[in-house]
Design a protein around this ligand. Structure first.
Ligand SMILES: [Zn+2]
Length: 149
């Protein structure tokens, strides 16, 4: 808020180039010149809606089973060995390698470390979808705005 340098009206101001000089003016007066940039509108209420920006999310690569199986074969690691290394049941490793069980991000990270492979990929998720699919406990942009206020 401030006083328009042209008409003196107290309102939200914009910076505009009018007849060669940079002035802070109201939006009406700004039309006489060229708007340089909008000043932040302090008086505007904070919108409740999550910004429509895509958010980065991590997900398991769809070919995780193949990646695990191939790497285990290459390193000559048996299912029971991998089970021990991960402190998981052998039956779970079997399910992982056959693709019938998708690992959690936590488990996938462990496997990535042990086998030296990549199982997790970053995907961009639209903000609206993100709210529904959020599982990882990571902060969304909406959450960060809530924290920041
Ligand atoms: Zn004005």
């Amino acid at each position: 808020m401030g006083h328009c340098e042209m008409c003196g009206k107290e309102t939200a101001l914009v910076a505009a180039l009018i007849e060669g000089s940079k002035l802070k003016v109201c939006e009406k007066c700004a039309k006489f010149g060229k708007i340089i940039k909008d000043f932040p509108r302090q008086q505007q209420p904070v919108k409740q809606k999550t910004p429509q920006l895509p958010t980065k999310e991590f997900s398991i690569k769809p070919d995780y089973a193949e990646r695990i199986r191939q790497k285990c074969e290459a390193l000559n690691i048996k299912q029971e060995d991998l089970a021990k290394m991960l402190a998981e049941k052998e039956s779970l490793i079997h399910k992982l390698e056959s693709g019938s069980f998708q690992p959690s991000l936590q488990l996938a990270k462990k496997i990535e470390k042990i086998l030296g492979i990549v199982l997790i990929e970053e995907v961009l998720i639209e903000a609206e979808q993100h709210e529904q699919t959020q599982k990882s406990g990571a902060l969304t942009i909406g959450d960060m705005l809530k924290v920041r206020k």
